[in-house]
Design a binder for this molecule. Structure first.
Ligand code: ATP
Length: 330
């Protein structure tokens, strides 16, 4: 069976502006994929094409094997779309709001009642049934949006910044609901700026920058730095002058001094294999190392490293530039 979402060479230009600039990715059935990017990176534009709300300039998108441009109605029956803003419906209660959408989706009679009851129970909306939908808190509003997106029991859920503006408790509740949906086998494609939370709930993370995909992988490998992005970060502490560390690192082709800390500093080392050789060289050169600790990067660091990497013009790596004369670290 092909993947739930297949995006092939997708472009979306607005005049000269390349909002989405030739992206490719796939999301497997029943997985949660986080879509990460700075403001204006192209997330909403991509999600709108996936949700049949906009046409690509070029390229194809398939949801559960169905082409979004050729068969939009079929795709709409397969997806639940949660936009980043809530349309205001004055004088409509939560129950009336869901009933309105259930009717619009073609449900009638007992089936409609059952669908509404199911989503209200799932999103904890029953106590809010008679509340006006435009007078809810942000967290309640997001639960209502989620309920609405689930009325037709879609296989794929596309959520644009669902956690934006939520307090920590509401974010935890939302995360819990998303995990339950994934366990039920739904595929979830979710954009967010809150990277630490995406890391916890997503099976994979897709990074977009200036309309281009710059990384697709799992959160753990990104944090560990085992995917070659940004190297390994170490906290190194010395006896004696902390400046000695910065001076020594400046002469080593495999390490980069990031910032000073009390007794030393934070250092980026090219790879795990190189780290032990760097440590051996430091000791050999007389540095009194009292701590050499590999840090786990958080997702924010990984994201910033990623952006730096793609925004820096290619140049000869420090190691390669000196390898011919040095061969090994020191
Ligand atoms: P944010 O996190 O701020 O929501 P985003 O990653 O979702 O950002 P998009 O909304 O996809 O970014 O926008 C990508 C680029 O396309 C931006 O430069 C935006 O101004 C532009 N853009 C989006 N929609 C249109 C439009 N309808 N007409 C012209 N430009 C647009």
């Amino acid at each position: 069976m092909s993947n739930a979402i297949i995006v092939n060479n997708l472009y979306r230009y607005f005049g000269p502006l390349k909002a989405v600039d030739g992206i490719n990715f796939e999301v497997s059935h029943g997985s949660v994929c986080g879509f990460v990017g700075a403001n204006g990176a192209g997330k909403t534009t991509t999600m709108r094409v996936l949700s049949t709300l906009d046409y690509p300039t070029m390229g194809t998108v398939e949801i559960c094997g169905i082409n979004v441009v050729n068969h939009p109605a079929k795709v709409r029956s397969l997806i639940g779309w949660m936009p980043d803003h809530f349309g205001n419906y004055e004088h409509m209660t939560v129950l009336e709001y869901l009933d309105f959408y259930a009717r619009a989706l073609g449900y009638s009679g007992k089936e409609r009642q059952m669908r509404i009851q199911e989503v209200m129970e799932f999103a904890d909306l029953i106590p809010l049934a008679d509340r006006l939908s435009n007078k809810l808190s942000k967290g309640m509003t997001q639960r209502l949006c989620l309920g609405r997106a689930l009325i037709h029991d879609p296989q794929v859920l596309i959520m644009d910044e669902p956690a934006a503006g939520l307090d920590p408790k509401a974010r935890v509740e939302l995360k819990h609901l998303i995990r339950i949906l994934a366990e039920e086998g739904k595929t979830i494609f979710i954009s967010s700026h809150i990277l630490s939370e995406l890391g916890e709930m997503c099976d994979s993370l897709l990074f977009i920058n200036n309309g281009r995909i710059v990384h697709h992988g799992d959160a753990e490998s990104l944090k560990q730095g085992t995917d070659g992005v940004g190297g390994q970060l170490y906290d190194i502490q010395l006896l004696g002058s902390p400046q000695a560390l910065a001076d020594w690192i400046a002469t080593n082709p495999y390490a980069e001094f990031i910032e000073s800390r009390k007794q030393g500093g934070r250092v980026r080392i090219e790879s795990l294999e190189t780290a032990s050789r760097v440590l051996a060289s430091m000791v050999k050169d007389g540095l009194q190392v009292i701590e050499f600790h590999r840090e786990q990067r958080n997702l924010e660091d990984a994201f910033i490293d990623m952006l730096e990497k793609v925004n820096t013009p290619p140049q000869m790596p420090k190691a390669a530039a000196t390898a011919s004369t040095e061969g090994t670290p020191h």
